[in-house]
Ligand binder design. Sequence first.
Ligand SMILES: Cc1ncc(COP(=O)(O)O)c(C=O)c1O
Length: 395
Amino acid sequence: MKPYDIPFNKPCLAGNELRYIAEAIAAGHSAGDGQFTRRCHHWLEQELGVGKALLTTSCTHALEMAAILLNVRPGDEVIVPAFTFVSTVNAFVLRGATPVFVDIRPDTLNLDETLIESHITPRTRAILAVHYAGVGCEMDAIAGIAARHGLTVVEDNAHGLFGKYRGRLLGTIGALATQSFHETKNFICGEGGALIVNDAQYTERAEIIREKGTNRSRFFRGQVDKYTWVDIGSSYLPSDILAAFLLAQLECRAQIQEKRRRIWERYAECLAVWAAERGVGLPFVPAWCEQPYHMFYLVLPSLEHRQGMIEHLKRQSILSAFHYQPLHLSEMGRQFGGKSGDCPVTESVSDRLLRLPFYNDLNESAQMTVIEAVTHYRGLELDSETVSPRHSASS
Ligand SMILES: Cc1ncc(COP(=O)(O)O)c(C=O)c1O
């Protein structure tokens, strides 16, 4: 298949990746927890101001660690948004939990905090707050609900590294938080993630779970004279080669975020009028949130228009993407009782959302090609444009 002229995503190098990888290999330590892993941990802990950051092989695995740390058991329930990636939920289902799907807010597409309390039962253990597109959930309200009902808040911050909610960095608010460094994220290493431990009671056990249930980390620190099997766990630590890749990315935080800010703002500026006139939704960022410019999406008026736009862009060799299918209506979700109409905002948005190409090296000319293509989509013309359908967002 011919590649698209403008792909949806392109993993971009920051500069030092190959040099650091060569150093990791030359140092003779390519397994986990070598010098680059330690440097990533230190970097994340400093930048986020958190007590413990642990690199993992993915955000999915960091979520699995969170579920183990909370001692989630069969019969327990967890509150999850219906509009999220499968891993947010699956990690807890793996421990035997029942997901309780809650609808999202129509503006930020985050868990609707006003619906949470009516879904809480005596079996509820945790609330999974997914910061969609890196825009913060209403964490004050969520933390208040959790405190009233004795629940733990876990932030799935796969999209949101360096986003802020009321001045607080996302990923530093819940007891535990998870990050993703998958190649589609702002900072990448192919596949990777991190568990952020904000409640110190989980720190020691998190190290054990990540190291196959052993106290190996304590052994390396000289705190025990041999290491042994002390708990359940798995191999959740990435190779130091991946950590080397990641460190090169993290060290370019300012440059990467600046590039992404420009891309996001250009989309927002150039599409604002076009979208407003046609009832097309654009990302909404509340005044008290700072976003990390992870993605840009359109919410088209209908499924037909979303599919029409995808085809229209494809004809111009531009790849766009949509997600997520409503989890409560998936094969697994239905086994947990999910049915049509349970989460109407999720069901509607899931049909209509379209993500536009977004990667660090998307240059202005390519981005303007995308914007031109979007604004020339036929089917959403205003009456005045049916004679002259070409429309420029800046006109
Ligand atoms: C909200 C959310 N959580 C978790 C994940 C899983 O991340 P990973 O691919 O690092 O396991 C994703 C993936 O994109 C995601 O969007």
